[in-house]
Design a protein around this ligand. Structure first.
Ligand code: PEP
Length: 246
């Protein structure tokens, strides 16, 4: 039985004051929820967020990590450092990192390997652009992104990952994949992982998930929860999404 996971990605939003207000409200709102819940604030707020989450069941996550273990890499953050701050999840290969910061599959896989090495869970993001979907290339694109991960990990390592299917055209746009569109890609990803002995890997959907569409997405057989951007900055909205994962 795969446990559902709802993971917040706060991107480059928030401030110390916002976090001090938002985290207690989320802790209160998700009390008793059976799904796993995680919050990924910007790096500089990880320590404060970790303190605020202490004693709650909500896990701490980071939004990015270096592909290197340590060394002269100015401005980078190593996986060991995130582990030291008690991070449990690390998002790698978000489409914004791929599109705006030139991250390719090889780099994203190296990041996932660093996260695994440090005993944390990579949230490995994949997804097609609108042009790729319109060209009928969705499964080819996602298959190639997933193939890079499959080629680098054993089945035991794969089972320690979370995969997030996030169609680029749905991120922050208000456009959501229909449950059927999302399920088709999730089933495809699960099939590829199953070939490598990892059918039970958790696969999240991300892309304009809101309180009013979460339940129908999470009801699909291969959707194990969500990676939530904009809606995770509102405690009531995020809490309702977490409850939809029950
Ligand atoms: C994301 O950034 O991972 C995301 C899914 O954003 P949004 O929910 O705002 O579309």
């Amino acid at each position: 039985m795969r446990r559902k996971l709802v993971a917040a990605n706060w991107k480059m939003h928030g401030s110390r004051a916002v976090i001090e207000e938002l985290i207690p409200a989320i802790i209160e709102g998700v009390g008793g929820v059976s799904a796993d819940v995680a919050i990924s604030p910007p790096f500089v707020y990880l320590e404060a967020a970790g303190r605020a989450l202490q004693g709650s069941a909500i896990a701490l996550g980071a939004q990015n990590v270096s592909a290197e273990a340590s060394g002269a890499f100015t401005g980078e953050i190593a996986a060991d450092m995130l582990r030291e701050l008690a991070c449990r999840y690390v998002i790698v290969g978000h489409s914004e990192r791929r599109a705006l910061f030139g991250e390719d599959d090889a780099l994203v896989v190296r990041k996932a390997v660093q996260v695994l090495r440090c005993g944390m869970t990579p949230v490995f993001c994949v997804g097609e652009t609108l042009a790729q979907r319109e060209a009928g290339a969705t499964l080819a694109v996602v298959g190639s992104q997933i193939g890079a991960l499959l080629g680098a990990l054993s089945s035991a390592e794969l089972l320690r990952c979370v995969i997030a299917y996030e169609p680029v055209w749905a991120i922050g746009t208000g456009l959501t994949a229909t449950p059927g569109q999302a399920q088709e890609v999730h089933a495809f990803i699960r099939g590829r992982c199953a070939e490598q002995g990892a059918a039970d890997v958790r696969i999240l959907y991300g892309g304009s998930v809101k309180a009013d569409n979460a339940a129908e997405l999470f009801a699909e057989p291969d959707i194990d929860g969500g990676l939530i951007g904009g809606a995770s900055l509102n405690a009531d909205e995020f809490t309702a999404i977490c409850r939809a994962a029950e």
